[in-house]
Design a protein around this ligand. Structure first.
Ligand SMILES: *[C@@H]1O[C@H](CO)[C@@H](O)[C@H](O)[C@H]1NC(C)=O
Ligand SMILES: *[C@@H]1O[C@H](CO)[C@@H](O)[C@H](O)[C@H]1NC(C)=O
Ligand SMILES: *[C@@H]1O[C@H](CO)[C@@H](O)[C@H](O)[C@H]1NC(C)=O
Ligand SMILES: *[C@@H]1O[C@H](CO)[C@@H](O)[C@H](O)[C@H]1NC(C)=O
Length: 469
């Protein structure tokens, strides 16, 4: 097997800048002392017309049993957030050592191992998708234009090509996973893979299911649930909630400007909630002096990162803010030595951003619910989870659409445990050979594994092993 992979490497290894596929093993990384204790491969897969889109990825073999463990494709949200963000801040084997990285005059990012990596139970591909994200690039300007459908098509092509060049993993159980905006992409991608399999297209992908956290599902509905969420979280009083519900007829988005009673209530609602860090209402909101944009991005931290002076080395004042941690990814990934170690093609990207805020992207799918619905007729395993303190995609909205799939409850709502403590709550549903596990992650924010790593690894690995959570 190893030998075969080696040959594949030789065949695919081409001079840098050539628009085609390539992959390389990475044994060491700047900021991490010594050899990496896991197998990391990086590379590009060319997709689209004349492969004018080059999608970059990080592939990490399972640290348990790479030959037996499933293969997981991870899609970070945004749209436009890099695979590296998912890797280093959420579910990958490395994380920045905040204390060591910020101790000197000059910030030098130091990496450490994340014991709660999902690569302890699965082989994982972290992709920079869609084009324009992370290190992914296009060879002509038109090829940067992308929308939800094209994003799905390109990621689908990426996956097929990646598997063809890594036949060792073709038979592994395959799962698609991610969070936030990937809630729009994943159900469509899974449907495409499923349809291809049904149509007998070779090679057949061994698709087993998908998992999504705090998934954007129906843009209007997700946002609408922020009002009931704020009520349940004691951010607004009963009286205001009742009056808002009555005056706005339960519709809090795109309100009729002539409905003064509703607008008035929503103004009070905004006053009560606008100073919160909506990705996790318990955490400090760090940039309060810049006005927030009218429409909130799906990753609530993107906005705040933009207004941070990313390379300033001054001591940050109390309280500690989550987005200070993101600074290290910019310093690290824009470093020439790091890019050489990752085998980044020279001159393909001027600048690396954790989340590309100027992506040429059109959000043209307003709801992925119909795809979830259709998939309930297939023999897949699905895990939908919610960091329950997220107000961006609040758990109440996610629970509501899961319920409206009209599945049979196969296990009642109950707590699930990690180290003897309640990690969250779960309920299971079934329909024929389809099963859906819904779980909350207690106390976690929008990107749940970033907030509660041990709980999320326990949840994910139990689900993967088909144990009850
Ligand atoms: C962001 O995406 C746009 C087009 O989609 C691209 O031109 C730009 O270089 C990207 N920026 C970064 C920092 O990756
Ligand atoms: C769901 O399935 C039906 C019947 O096969 C099909 O007509 C419809 O287009 C599907 N919807 C989606 C969103 O895939
Ligand atoms: C679920 O069942 C309800 C009541 O029978 C029905 O109104 C609704 O359309 C169903 N939802 C879906 C997605 O099939
Ligand atoms: C469910 O799975 C079993 C065992 O694999 C199979 O025999 C059966 O046909 C499947 N049922 C449906 C409705 O797909």
């Amino acid at each position: 097997m190893r030998f075969f992979i080696f040959i594949t490497f030789l065949l695919l290894a081409v001079p840098s800048n050539a628009a085609t596929s390539s992959s390389q093993l990475v044994e060491t990384l700047p900021g991490f002392p010594g050899k990496l204790p896991f197998t990391l491969e990086t590379g590009y897969v060319g997709v689209g017309d004349s492969e004018s889109v080059q999608l970059f990825y990080y592939f990490i073999e399972s640290e348990r049993d790479p030959d037996e463990d499933p293969l997981l494709l991870w899609l970070t949200g945004g749209p436009g957030c890099s695979g590296f963000s998912g890797l280093v801040y959420e579910v990958g084997p490395l994380s920045f050592d905040y204390a060591k990285s910020s101790s000197g005059e000059v910030k030098v990012p130091v990496l450490k191992l994340n014991p709660y990596s999902w690569t302890t139970v699965s082989n994982m591909i972290f992709i920079d998708a869609p084009v324009g994200t992370g290190f992914s690039y296009a060879t002509n300007p038109e090829a940067y234009l992308v929308d939800d459908w094209l994003s799905v098509t390109q990621t689908h092509e990426f996956l097929r090509k990646w598997l063809l060049s890594h036949p060792r993993f073709l038979k592994h159980p395959l799962y698609i996973s991610g969070d936030s905006y990937s809630g729009i992409i994943i159900p469509i991608l899974v449907s495409k893979i499923s349809d291809d399999n049904d149509a007998g297209i070779k090679p057949q992908l061994n698709l087993k299911g998908y998992s999504i956290g705090n998934p954007v599902t129906d843009v209007t509905i997700d946002e609408n649930w922020r009002v009931p969420f704020a009520h349940r979280m004691a951010l607004i009083p009963d009286k205001l909630y009742e009056s808002t519900k009555r005056n706005c007829h339960g519709q809090y988005m795109d309100v009729d400007p002539n409905n003064a009673a509703c607008s008035g209530d929503l103004q009070v609602f905004t006053e009560c909630t606008k100073m919160l860090m909506i990705g996790n209402i318990l955490e400090p909101d760090c940039v309060t002096d810049t006005p927030k944009p009218e429409s909130l991005k799906w990753d609530p931290n993107i906005v705040k990162e933009d207004s941070l002076d990313l390379l300033s080395t001054g001591e940050h004042s109390e309280p500690w803010c989550r987005n200070y941690n993101y600074v290290f990814s910019y310093i690290w990934a824009n470093d020439e030595e790091v890019q050489a170690a990752l085998h980044i093609r020279k001159g393909t990207k001027k600048d690396w951003q954790r989340c590309n805020t100027s992506l040429a992207y059109t959000e043209d799918v307003t709801s992925s619910f119909p795809f979830h619905k259709n998939l309930t007729n297939k023999p897949y395993e699905v895990l939908i989870y919610s960091g329950d303190h997220d107000m961006v995609v609040p758990y109440v909205g996610t629970m509501a659409w899961v319920k409206s799939l009209n599945l049979t409850e196969s296990s009642k709502w109950r707590p699930w445990f990690v180290q003897g403590q309640v990690g969250g709550y779960t309920i299971e549903y079934k329909r024929s050979n389809y099963s859906l596990t819904y779980a909350t992650v207690k106390g976690a924010g929008h990107t749940a594994p970033e907030y509660n790593p041990p709980q999320c690894l326990a949840m994910f690995s139990r689900w993967l092993a088909r144990y009850p959570l």
